[in-house]
Design a protein around this ligand. Structure first.
Ligand SMILES: Nc1ncnc2c1ncn2[C@@H]1O[C@H](COP(=O)(O)OP(=O)(O)OP(=O)(O)O)[C@@H](O)[C@H]1O
Ligand SMILES: [Mg+2]
Length: 250
């Protein structure tokens, strides 16, 4: 697949399709068993730890559930990558942290601890931390999960605005179809570890491909499989075909 520079790309598709895996490959947390993962033309596969760190410094990641450090204040969470990767003076760190918190509307939440913020706030704090180092690529794993309809829309708008205001390249994995299609430029549908489709939002919506149609129209029946790949029922239960059929149909 190709993630266009400067655009917002949505990674969608049924659960287990490979969205999180793709983001982990892009961040270098997982290495590809085959094929290549190129970031700005550089192959992440053969990189050593030092090279990987240098590349990661140009990426921001919003983890699922925010993954804030529970024993650090909101301020310290956002300051963390700056302290870890730079030698900036304290006054400058303070200004950058407040600027990033301001960008997500939470400048005044800086003294709170993660246990004192709501789920939606935690996501936004995670976003502030992800943009602390002014990344070129911003990745979000399920930025909308567990949010109320208003917070969800706020988060979606934020992804779009940050991308355009900071000149980023953004990619997010999501199950929220409506907001996703509202903010994305480019859509990649992953199913069963393969790219089932990639194209513009208009192309997704117009696609006659059975899987794309099933997914975009939220149909329970279609080519998307329900079962994790398994041996035939006959084999697992040690029964004959007729009995297997009754399990299959139940
Ligand atoms: N390290 C691994 N080794 C083997 N299989 C793996 C590994 N990591 C993930 N998988 C498998 O790859 C498939 C894709 O998983 P992934 O987490 O990327 O799905 P996803 O699209 O993010 O799904 P969801 O929408 O449920 O979050 C799953 O079947 C999973 O079990
Ligand atoms: Mg996932």
């Amino acid at each position: 697949m190709h993630i266009p520079r400067g655009k917002v790309t949505a990674l969608i598709g049924p659960m287990g399709g490979g969205k999180s895996t793709t983001l982990r490959l892009m961040g270098g947390q997982s290495r590809a068993w085959s094929g290549q993962m190129l970031f700005d033309g550089q192959d992440l596969g053969p990189m050593n730890q030092k090279q990987l760190y240098a590349v990661r410094r140009r990426m921001g990641m919003l983890f699922q559930f925010g993954a804030l450090f529970a024993d650090m204040s909101v301020f310290e969470n956002v300051a963390f990558p700056l302290r870890e990767h730079t030698d900036l003076p304290e006054a400058l760190i303070r200004d950058i942290v407040l600027m990033k918190l301001n960008a997500v509307g939470l400048r005044n939440a800086r003294e709170l601890m993660p246990s004192e913020v709501s789920g939606g706030m935690a996501k936004r704090i995670g976003i502030a931390r992800a943009i602390a180092l002014d990344p070129e690529l911003l990745m979000y794993d399920e930025p909308f999960s567990g949010l109320d309809p208003i917070s969800l829309r706020v988060a979606a708008r934020l992804i779009r605005q940050l991308n355009d205001a900071m000149g980023l390249t953004s990619i997010f994995a999501s199950h929220e179809l409506k907001e996703t299609l509202a903010i994305a430029d480019h859509v990649v549908i992953l199913d069963n570890g393969k790219v089932a489709f990639q194209g513009s939002v208009e192309e997704v919506q117009a696609s006659a491909d059975p899987l794309v149609f099933q997914y975009v129209n939220e149909r329970p029946d279609g080519p998307v499989r329900f079962h994790y790949p398994a041996a035939p029922i006959e084999e697992d239960f040690g029964i004959r075909a007729a009995a297997a059929a009754s399990i299959r149909d139940s």
